[in-house]
Design a protein around this ligand. Sequence first.
Ligand code: NAI
Length: 697
Amino acid sequence: MSANYELRGNVAVITLNNPPVNGLGYETRKAVVEGLERAQADAAVKAIVITGAGKAFSGGADIREFGSPKALAEPNLLTVISACELSSKPIVAAIHTVCMGGGLELALGCHYRVASAGALVALPEVKIGLLPGAGGTQRLPRVLGVENALNMIVSGEPVKSDMLAMAPGQKLFQKIIEGDLMSGALAFAAEVADARPLPRVRDLKVSHPNADAYFQFTRNMVGGMSKNFPAPLKCVEAVAASVRMKFDDGMKYERELFTALMSTPESKALRHAFMAERATTKIPDVPADTPVRTVAKIAVIGAGTMGGGIAMNFLNAGIPVVMLEMKQEALDKGVAIVRKNYDAQVKKGKLKQDKLDARMAILSTTLNYADLKDADMVIEAVFEDMGVKETVFKTLDEVMKPGAILASNTSTLDVDKIAAFTKRPQDVIGTHFFSPANVMKLLEVIRGKETAKDVLATVMQLGKKIKKTCVVSGVCDGFIGNRMIEQYSRQAGFLLEEGCTPVQVDKAMEKFGMAMGPFRMGDLAGNDVGWYIRKRRYLEKPNLRYSKTADLLCELGRYGQKTSAGWYDYVPGKRDAIPSKIVTDMIEAHRLALGIAPRKIGDEEIVHRLVYALVNEGAKIVDEGIALRASDIDMVYLTGYGFPLHRGGPMCYADTVGLFNVVAAMNRFAANPLDDAAFWQPAPLLAKLAAEGRSFS
Ligand code: NAI
């Protein structure tokens, strides 16, 4: 049973009961309809209350049913809502905590709605590339007015019930109930038990004094703000239909738009990302109830670019941090940057001064390892050099208390080797933050060979607390994200040798939707970082061919924005990338030296070579068990590398193109003598899926 039925006096109470948020899955829908029938048949029942058990009225559709036939099985949500509207006895929705999507649409099918203050109300379908498909776009304007309803539907953002109840002329809530919701709802039900005719939202009038002008204005605005996503504009059209059409016609139109959106690649990508995000937390051999260690104090080693940003995450969550450096000046500099970042937030009105003070008050600094002895976890963010990491971890092993978690922020080094510097490898883990660490959502959690399960569970939980998207990665050079980016960068280098300019490659990738093309990204991150890594990496893999252009660039001292010169020229202090003659000359000279005659390369080839390089390496990463699933790779790229959300991540994009087509393109690339034929051999997983006509998802 996923809804309960009980009699409270002469009121039948139907309580949605499908944890965690009373999603309107098949069993729940069926139980509601059965409850309604039972109440109709019972002469003693004068009114009906529908409410939700536990933590929500209803969060909407049951996401576990997404894509399965159960989602549409009768009674579907539209049928449940009609059953409510057709009830001969008044139905009161008693709303609390969360009332979203289908949950709100169900409530709008009831005759009355009462709510506790502070309940979060939303139609968030637009966030997964859809629109409310069970009457939300037709009924909400009738109770809230066109403009309020449209804002909620287009943004998908929750609004508090008491705020909504203050909207002039609103008919969404008949009462906001202070105190016990159920007593209030029962009292309200008694009041309306004999009221006839029963009010139905569908019968309410909806209009706008300047409908044409208003909708044209919103079309322009929404269209401009949502260029890669079709759903927001369709939301506008659906709401416009509520004014223009009769209710039943509007419902039909809403359904048509909903069905069309369902099959767009953008909605598929958003739904994929939504599910992928939830999947990241599931680690097959580390169940959700794995005990975790207490982390009440954090130590950070190194107050450089990463150390300061890492510290901010914990300060924001109210967790005290002690930062250690080798020299006082480095500490002072690190703390000053943290303060400057907070100050900027205060200036923008995003942070209150007292919050800033509270955060700075729990940040302490030291030059002495003895001061770390009460920390529950330490995160090392010193230079990316195994020798330096060795010294630091040997010292940490001596000073940290037993059971403390020892984490490294290394971006490419072997976490197992780092763990072996200690006598407690089970307590060692990688926490790979992305720059700027206080802003970027991604946290790659690197599980070493010997990392204990409770250490992994603790770090995953801590990551959630500091609002990161945590993706587990096994140990390999570069982990998931940077291992893949190496192949992407290699292709970008080959493209320069074969005839492209940095501008052309960046433009093509940005048109595809990347936040930044590879060369602008290099200039931002610092080209010297990659240079340093290549020196180590290609020493270990001397046979791996790569374009030397990036090394030549660094030899000219062109490290990127920080030196006001990289792949582009920069005016000091500004971030605008200006195409550089020095760089084009350098590339041409290099080409000449290699004896390559440049050819014209189209945007499609650029995009496919770069993205499929990610896909092929990604498939190897899944094959090797470095990533738990292909969708984890998508989350890494969506949250850490600016991959366009409307494409759902590289693996999802490959699925959209069709793996057969992806493999065919790889075979073409392999035939290019200036490329790396060995790399383009499809990864075993990719070859297998393509041959079987399957996809990563
Ligand atoms: P950074 O050079 O800005 O900062 C390193 C800091 O560590 C310096 O302030 C230095 O004084 C300090 N340090 C060096 N040896 C030390 C020791 N023995 N004891 C105490 N402090 C010491 O470097 P950054 O960029 O912050 O990188 C740190 C780590 O984070 C590296 O492992 C790097 O690979 C990784 N990382 C860097 C990213 C980036 O975008 N910069 C992104 C993700 C990871």
